[in-house]
Write a protein that binds this ligand. Structure first.
Ligand code: BT5
Length: 331
């Protein structure tokens, strides 16, 4: 990113400021300031010039400069209009040694979910991947997935949407209808026909590489149906726009998401407490598909680094990974 341009932008945001004063404070020529202003206007920024100088009157919804302006987080923004997958790009950056970069795309042509599943990337969605190099043992890396889920939930709540977390990595909107299937449905009902008690708002894909027993890098990919129109959403999905009943400011949402993740990433205890507070899964009867077989029981807690504790007839079982299906709330 052009650091001088960001400085000009920040000064305009605090404006009005005259061209000569700006040139002096930043240490460039007046001509350079004029060129920066032109480029910013072409990039969609509204810049008015009045008797007291230039002032910022409008910021576009996306772009590296727009997302960096006023961002209170220690992440550098790399923005693309279109990418195959922000996680793919972020992994490449991580392999090159990058850290504290957030890759953002307006569109994805090959968005990925877990286990080679597809992430549909409708227009208006927010697609970000955060590259981090935490000083953590490998076993603690799932905390980053939890932090991302909490950050997404918080950012959604700030636009008035009551989002909840479904273990381990989904952000969902609970529906009033009684929980989908019950245990007695267990036989003979195809899982695809499951009537769900929630709609999916966002998904998280965490990928990492370890060095010895430490995390080398971790990439946390978050896809949120933010300002997506109902007609563009896949089955079982919802968006902030649908839930809020109005357009959603993607720039503000993306910034809050990144800021909230940045606040949480260094504080595992806060992550777990906030996760529990926003969890939809706790207190539900669940079936978790794990490599070792299905675990059926009541989800009673989540423990560091993201382990789900399921109370089964045979006692508490701790599950580290798997697909979790909500059956019905425990009465
Ligand atoms: C996830 O996987 O939920 C992780 C999704 C992560 C997407 C982000 S976007 C930015 C970054 N770059 C990437 O390439 N990926 C990350 P999983 O738990 O496996 O859920 C995938 C399932 O969610 C699919 O099989 C569909 O059933 C459903 N799904 C797909 N697209 C959806 C959407 N836009 N909204 C809601 N549900 C969706």
């Amino acid at each position: 990113m052009n650091e001088t341009r960001l400085q000009v932008l920040e000064a305009l945001a605090d404006g009005p400021v005259s061209g000569p004063a700006l040139a002096e404070s930043i240490g460039v020529s007046r001509n350079a300031i004029w060129k920066h202003v032109e480029v910013l206007r072409e990039a969609g920024f509204g810049i008015e010039s009045g008797p007291e100088g230039y002032a910022l009157s409008g910021v576009p919804q996306s772009g590296a400069l727009a997302l960096s302006l006023g961002l209170e987080a220690s992440f550098e923004v790399e923005h693309h209009e279109t990418l195959d997958s922000t996680n793919r790009r972020a992994r490449d950056l991580a392999e090159e040694g990058a850290s504290d970069v957030v890759v953002v795309a307006d569109r994805q042509t090959g968005g990925r979910g877990r286990l080679d599943r597809t992430w549909e990337s409708p227009p208006g969605g927010v697609y970000v991947s955060l590259v981090c190099r935490p000083d953590l043992p490998l076993a603690d890396a799932p905390l980053y997935t939890l932090a991302a889920a909490v950050a997404t939930t918080r950012a959604a709540r700030e636009v008035g949407v009551d989002a909840r977390i479904k273990w381990p990595n989904d952000v969902v909107i609970p529906r009033g209808r009684p929980g989908g299937r019950t245990e007695s449905d267990d036989v003979g009902v195809p899982r695809e026909n499951e009537s769900r008690s929630y709609d999916k708002l966002a998904g998280i894909l965490t990928e990492m590489r370890g060095e010895a027993d430490r995390v080398g890098w971790v990439v946390v990919g978050i896809g949120v149906n933010a300002d997506a129109d109902a007609a563009d959403l896949p089955e079982g999905a919802t968006s902030l726009r649908v839930e809020a009943g109005e357009r959603v400011d993607r720039r503000a949402f993306t910034q809050r998401l990144v800021e909230s993740f940045d606040d949480l990433r260094g504080d595992p205890d806060a992550v777990l407490d906030a996760w529990r507070e926003h969890a939809l899964t706790l207190g539900q009867r669940v079936r978790v598909e794990t490599p070792g077989g299905d675990v059926l029981g009541e989800a009673v807690d989540v423990e560091r680094p993201g382990t789900l504790v399921v109370r089964t007839d045979e006692g508490d079982v701790r599950v580290n990974a798997g697909d979790c299906e909500h059956l019905r709330p425990v009465e």
